[in-house]
Design a protein around this ligand. Structure first.
Ligand code: NAD
Length: 260
Protein backbone atom coordinates (compact mmCIF):
# COMPACT_ATOMS: atom_id res chain seq x y z
CA UNK A 1 0.00 0.00 0.00
CA UNK A 2 0.87 3.65 -0.24
CA UNK A 3 0.32 4.65 3.41
CA UNK A 4 2.51 7.57 4.45
CA UNK A 5 3.40 8.35 0.84
CA UNK A 6 2.51 11.78 -0.53
CA UNK A 7 1.40 12.40 -4.11
CA UNK A 8 1.24 15.73 -5.92
CA UNK A 9 -0.96 15.71 -9.03
CA UNK A 10 -0.98 18.84 -11.20
CA UNK A 11 -4.24 19.90 -12.86
CA UNK A 12 -6.26 17.54 -10.69
CA UNK A 13 -9.65 19.17 -10.09
CA UNK A 14 -11.25 17.42 -13.06
CA UNK A 15 -10.91 14.65 -15.60
CA UNK A 16 -7.85 12.39 -15.61
CA UNK A 17 -6.00 14.28 -12.87
CA UNK A 18 -8.89 13.95 -10.42
CA UNK A 19 -9.31 10.27 -11.31
CA UNK A 20 -5.60 9.62 -10.72
CA UNK A 21 -5.83 11.49 -7.40
CA UNK A 22 -8.80 9.30 -6.38
CA UNK A 23 -6.91 6.12 -7.29
CA UNK A 24 -3.85 7.23 -5.32
CA UNK A 25 -6.00 8.28 -2.34
CA UNK A 26 -7.77 4.90 -2.42
CA UNK A 27 -4.33 3.25 -2.26
CA UNK A 28 -3.55 5.24 0.89
CA UNK A 29 -1.54 8.23 -0.36
CA UNK A 30 -1.81 11.69 1.07
CA UNK A 31 -2.85 13.94 -1.81
CA UNK A 32 -2.10 17.44 -3.03
CA UNK A 33 -4.73 18.52 -5.57
CA UNK A 34 -3.93 21.43 -7.88
CA UNK A 35 -5.47 23.84 -10.35
CA UNK A 36 -5.23 27.60 -10.75
CA UNK A 37 -8.80 28.53 -9.76
CA UNK A 38 -8.68 28.41 -5.91
CA UNK A 39 -12.48 28.09 -5.59
CA UNK A 40 -14.54 26.73 -2.70
CA UNK A 41 -15.33 23.72 -4.92
CA UNK A 42 -11.60 23.01 -5.35
CA UNK A 43 -11.05 22.91 -1.58
CA UNK A 44 -14.21 20.80 -1.15
CA UNK A 45 -12.79 18.19 -3.57
CA UNK A 46 -9.73 17.78 -1.33
CA UNK A 47 -11.93 17.44 1.75
CA UNK A 48 -14.05 14.79 0.01
CA UNK A 49 -10.94 12.78 -0.95
CA UNK A 50 -9.73 12.89 2.65
CA UNK A 51 -13.14 11.89 4.04
CA UNK A 52 -13.75 9.12 1.49
CA UNK A 53 -10.36 7.47 1.84
CA UNK A 54 -9.11 8.32 5.33
CA UNK A 55 -6.02 10.10 4.03
CA UNK A 56 -4.79 13.66 4.29
CA UNK A 57 -5.57 15.82 1.28
CA UNK A 58 -5.01 19.49 0.51
CA UNK A 59 -5.82 21.72 -2.43
CA UNK A 60 -3.01 24.04 -3.56
CA UNK A 61 -3.63 26.71 -6.16
CA UNK A 62 -0.74 27.20 -8.60
CA UNK A 63 -0.76 28.30 -12.23
CA UNK A 64 1.24 25.74 -14.20
CA UNK A 65 2.14 28.38 -16.79
CA UNK A 66 4.24 30.11 -14.09
CA UNK A 67 7.69 28.56 -13.45
CA UNK A 68 7.96 29.77 -9.86
CA UNK A 69 4.41 28.62 -9.04
CA UNK A 70 5.27 25.12 -10.33
CA UNK A 71 8.33 24.88 -8.11
CA UNK A 72 6.51 26.40 -5.16
CA UNK A 73 3.69 23.83 -5.43
CA UNK A 74 6.22 21.04 -4.83
CA UNK A 75 8.03 22.90 -2.03
CA UNK A 76 4.76 23.63 -0.22
CA UNK A 77 3.69 19.98 -0.51
CA UNK A 78 7.05 18.79 0.84
CA UNK A 79 6.82 21.24 3.73
CA UNK A 80 3.28 20.24 4.66
CA UNK A 81 3.62 16.45 4.31
CA UNK A 82 7.34 15.98 4.97
CA UNK A 83 8.21 14.91 1.43
CA UNK A 84 6.97 14.25 -2.09
CA UNK A 85 7.04 10.55 -3.02
CA UNK A 86 4.90 10.64 -6.17
CA UNK A 87 4.67 13.44 -8.72
CA UNK A 88 2.06 13.17 -11.49
CA UNK A 89 2.37 15.88 -14.15
CA UNK A 90 -1.10 16.02 -15.66
CA UNK A 91 -2.09 19.68 -16.24
CA UNK A 92 -2.71 20.30 -19.91
CA UNK A 93 -4.66 22.41 -22.38
CA UNK A 94 -5.39 22.17 -26.10
CA UNK A 95 -5.88 24.56 -29.00
CA UNK A 96 -6.62 23.57 -32.59
CA UNK A 97 -5.60 25.78 -35.57
CA UNK A 98 -3.47 25.59 -38.73
CA UNK A 99 0.17 26.27 -37.88
CA UNK A 100 0.37 29.50 -39.92
CA UNK A 101 -2.65 30.87 -38.04
CA UNK A 102 -1.78 29.42 -34.65
CA UNK A 103 -2.01 32.28 -32.08
CA UNK A 104 1.44 32.92 -30.57
CA UNK A 105 -0.01 33.30 -27.07
CA UNK A 106 -1.74 29.89 -27.40
CA UNK A 107 1.55 28.31 -28.56
CA UNK A 108 3.37 29.81 -25.56
CA UNK A 109 0.66 28.78 -23.09
CA UNK A 110 0.53 25.18 -24.36
CA UNK A 111 4.31 24.80 -24.25
CA UNK A 112 4.39 26.30 -20.75
CA UNK A 113 1.50 24.29 -19.23
CA UNK A 114 1.89 20.99 -21.12
CA UNK A 115 5.72 20.78 -21.15
CA UNK A 116 7.70 23.35 -19.13
CA UNK A 117 5.59 22.87 -15.98
CA UNK A 118 6.86 19.27 -15.82
CA UNK A 119 10.48 20.46 -16.07
CA UNK A 120 9.90 22.79 -13.12
CA UNK A 121 7.98 20.39 -10.86
CA UNK A 122 10.45 17.59 -11.58
CA UNK A 123 13.43 19.83 -10.82
CA UNK A 124 11.83 20.83 -7.53
CA UNK A 125 10.83 17.25 -6.58
CA UNK A 126 14.15 15.51 -7.26
CA UNK A 127 16.02 16.77 -4.15
CA UNK A 128 13.16 15.57 -1.92
CA UNK A 129 12.97 12.17 -3.65
CA UNK A 130 16.77 11.77 -3.51
CA UNK A 131 16.69 12.49 0.21
CA UNK A 132 14.07 9.73 0.62
CA UNK A 133 16.06 7.36 -1.61
CA UNK A 134 13.01 6.63 -3.78
CA UNK A 135 10.34 8.29 -5.84
CA UNK A 136 7.95 8.00 -8.74
CA UNK A 137 7.45 10.57 -11.50
CA UNK A 138 4.58 9.93 -13.92
CA UNK A 139 4.00 12.32 -16.80
CA UNK A 140 0.61 12.24 -18.54
CA UNK A 141 1.65 12.69 -22.18
CA UNK A 142 -0.70 11.51 -24.95
CA UNK A 143 -0.88 9.34 -28.04
CA UNK A 144 0.09 12.73 -29.49
CA UNK A 145 3.44 12.27 -27.72
CA UNK A 146 4.08 9.47 -30.23
CA UNK A 147 1.95 10.40 -33.27
CA UNK A 148 0.84 13.65 -34.90
CA UNK A 149 -2.49 15.04 -36.08
CA UNK A 150 -2.96 18.14 -38.22
CA UNK A 151 -3.86 21.47 -36.55
CA UNK A 152 -2.43 20.47 -33.16
CA UNK A 153 1.15 21.74 -33.62
CA UNK A 154 1.65 23.09 -30.11
CA UNK A 155 0.02 20.12 -28.37
CA UNK A 156 1.91 17.53 -30.44
CA UNK A 157 5.22 19.38 -30.00
CA UNK A 158 4.69 19.71 -26.25
CA UNK A 159 3.67 16.05 -25.78
CA UNK A 160 6.62 14.79 -27.85
CA UNK A 161 8.71 17.04 -25.61
CA UNK A 162 7.24 15.39 -22.50
CA UNK A 163 8.34 11.99 -23.83
CA UNK A 164 11.88 13.32 -24.41
CA UNK A 165 12.01 14.92 -20.97
CA UNK A 166 10.78 11.65 -19.43
CA UNK A 167 13.61 9.64 -21.03
CA UNK A 168 16.31 12.15 -20.04
CA UNK A 169 15.14 12.41 -16.42
CA UNK A 170 14.96 8.60 -16.21
CA UNK A 171 18.59 8.30 -17.31
CA UNK A 172 19.78 10.98 -14.91
CA UNK A 173 17.98 9.27 -12.00
CA UNK A 174 18.67 5.68 -13.02
CA UNK A 175 20.73 4.81 -9.93
CA UNK A 176 18.65 6.73 -7.39
CA UNK A 177 15.58 4.53 -6.86
CA UNK A 178 13.47 7.19 -8.59
CA UNK A 179 11.68 6.23 -11.81
CA UNK A 180 10.26 8.55 -14.45
CA UNK A 181 7.71 7.30 -17.00
CA UNK A 182 5.16 8.77 -19.39
CA UNK A 183 1.64 7.50 -20.06
CA UNK A 184 0.29 8.10 -23.56
CA UNK A 185 -3.52 7.90 -23.49
CA UNK A 186 -5.67 7.79 -26.57
CA UNK A 187 -9.11 9.41 -26.42
CA UNK A 188 -10.35 9.37 -22.81
CA UNK A 189 -13.98 9.83 -21.82
CA UNK A 190 -13.59 12.85 -19.52
CA UNK A 191 -16.44 15.26 -18.71
CA UNK A 192 -14.89 17.60 -21.29
CA UNK A 193 -15.06 14.97 -24.05
CA UNK A 194 -18.54 13.84 -22.95
CA UNK A 195 -19.76 17.43 -23.31
CA UNK A 196 -18.62 17.52 -26.96
CA UNK A 197 -20.81 14.58 -27.99
CA UNK A 198 -24.18 16.44 -28.29
CA UNK A 199 -22.56 19.19 -30.45
CA UNK A 200 -20.88 16.61 -32.68
CA UNK A 201 -24.22 14.78 -33.05
CA UNK A 202 -25.84 18.02 -34.25
CA UNK A 203 -22.98 19.03 -36.59
CA UNK A 204 -22.78 15.60 -38.24
CA UNK A 205 -26.48 14.71 -38.01
CA UNK A 206 -25.54 11.39 -36.40
CA UNK A 207 -26.71 9.50 -33.34
CA UNK A 208 -24.48 9.21 -30.30
CA UNK A 209 -23.12 5.78 -31.16
CA UNK A 210 -22.18 6.78 -34.72
CA UNK A 211 -20.49 10.03 -33.63
CA UNK A 212 -18.42 8.17 -31.05
CA UNK A 213 -17.50 5.37 -33.45
CA UNK A 214 -16.98 7.20 -36.75
CA UNK A 215 -15.90 10.70 -35.66
CA UNK A 216 -14.34 10.68 -32.20
CA UNK A 217 -12.78 7.22 -32.21
CA UNK A 218 -11.90 7.07 -35.92
CA UNK A 219 -8.22 6.49 -35.05
CA UNK A 220 -8.79 4.24 -32.02
CA UNK A 221 -9.10 0.67 -33.37
CA UNK A 222 -11.02 -0.71 -30.37
CA UNK A 223 -13.63 2.03 -31.00
CA UNK A 224 -13.87 2.42 -27.26
CA UNK A 225 -12.74 5.30 -25.07
CA UNK A 226 -9.95 4.79 -22.57
CA UNK A 227 -11.45 5.29 -19.10
CA UNK A 228 -10.14 7.43 -16.27
CA UNK A 229 -10.27 4.32 -14.02
CA UNK A 230 -8.01 2.39 -16.41
CA UNK A 231 -5.47 5.23 -16.39
CA UNK A 232 -5.63 5.32 -12.58
CA UNK A 233 -4.79 1.63 -12.54
CA UNK A 234 -1.69 2.18 -14.69
CA UNK A 235 -0.50 5.01 -12.44
CA UNK A 236 -0.93 2.77 -9.37
CA UNK A 237 1.12 0.06 -11.09
CA UNK A 238 3.91 2.50 -12.06
CA UNK A 239 4.02 3.72 -8.45
CA UNK A 240 4.28 0.17 -7.08
CA UNK A 241 7.40 -1.88 -6.36
CA UNK A 242 6.52 -4.11 -9.35
CA UNK A 243 7.50 -1.26 -11.66
CA UNK A 244 10.91 -0.61 -10.07
CA UNK A 245 12.75 -1.54 -13.28
CA UNK A 246 10.42 0.41 -15.57
CA UNK A 247 11.88 3.82 -16.24
CA UNK A 248 12.12 6.10 -19.25
CA UNK A 249 9.13 4.45 -20.92
CA UNK A 250 6.29 6.05 -22.89
CA UNK A 251 3.40 3.65 -22.32
CA UNK A 252 0.48 3.84 -24.73
CA UNK A 253 -3.01 3.15 -23.35
CA UNK A 254 -4.82 3.99 -26.53
CA UNK A 255 -7.06 1.20 -27.82
CA UNK A 256 -4.44 0.35 -30.46
CA UNK A 257 -3.99 3.86 -31.91
CA UNK A 258 -0.18 3.78 -31.96
CA UNK A 259 -0.02 0.21 -33.26
CA UNK A 260 -0.98 1.72 -36.63
P1 NAD B 1 -9.35 18.53 -18.08
O1 NAD B 1 -9.53 19.81 -18.79
O2 NAD B 1 -10.54 17.77 -17.60
O3 NAD B 1 -8.41 18.76 -16.82
C1 NAD B 1 -7.28 19.58 -16.90
C2 NAD B 1 -6.89 19.99 -15.51
O4 NAD B 1 -5.77 20.89 -15.62
C3 NAD B 1 -7.98 20.76 -14.76
O5 NAD B 1 -7.94 20.39 -13.39
C4 NAD B 1 -7.56 22.21 -14.94
O6 NAD B 1 -8.01 23.03 -13.88
C5 NAD B 1 -6.05 22.06 -14.91
N1 NAD B 1 -5.34 23.18 -15.51
C6 NAD B 1 -5.51 23.73 -16.75
N2 NAD B 1 -4.67 24.76 -16.91
C7 NAD B 1 -3.97 24.87 -15.76
C8 NAD B 1 -2.97 25.77 -15.29
N3 NAD B 1 -2.52 26.78 -16.05
N4 NAD B 1 -2.46 25.58 -14.05
C9 NAD B 1 -2.92 24.58 -13.26
N5 NAD B 1 -3.87 23.71 -13.65
C10 NAD B 1 -4.39 23.86 -14.87
O7 NAD B 1 -8.41 17.64 -19.03
P2 NAD B 1 -8.16 16.06 -19.14
O8 NAD B 1 -8.83 15.60 -20.37
O9 NAD B 1 -8.41 15.37 -17.85
O10 NAD B 1 -6.60 16.08 -19.46
C11 NAD B 1 -5.59 15.89 -18.48
C12 NAD B 1 -4.26 15.57 -19.16
O11 NAD B 1 -4.40 14.40 -19.95
C13 NAD B 1 -3.77 16.67 -20.11
O12 NAD B 1 -2.37 16.80 -20.02
C14 NAD B 1 -4.18 16.14 -21.48
O13 NAD B 1 -3.35 16.65 -22.50
C15 NAD B 1 -3.97 14.66 -21.26
N6 NAD B 1 -4.71 13.82 -22.21
C16 NAD B 1 -6.08 13.87 -22.29
C17 NAD B 1 -6.74 13.04 -23.21
C18 NAD B 1 -8.25 13.03 -23.33
O14 NAD B 1 -8.77 12.41 -24.26
N7 NAD B 1 -8.99 13.67 -22.44
C19 NAD B 1 -6.00 12.18 -24.03
C20 NAD B 1 -4.62 12.16 -23.92
C21 NAD B 1 -3.99 12.98 -23.01
Amino acid sequence: GNHNRTAVITGSTSGIGLGVAEALAASGCNIVLNSFTDSADDHALAKKLADDHGVEAAYASADMSDANACRDLVEQAAKRFGGVDILVNNAGIQHVAPVEEFPVEKWNAILAINLSSSFHTIAAAIPHMKKAGSGRIVNIASAHGLRASPFKSAYVAAKHGVVGLTKTVALELAETGITCNAICPGYVLTPLVEAQIPDQMKVHGMDRETVVREVMLARQPTREFVTIKELGGLVIFLCSSHAAQMTGTALPMDGGWTAQ
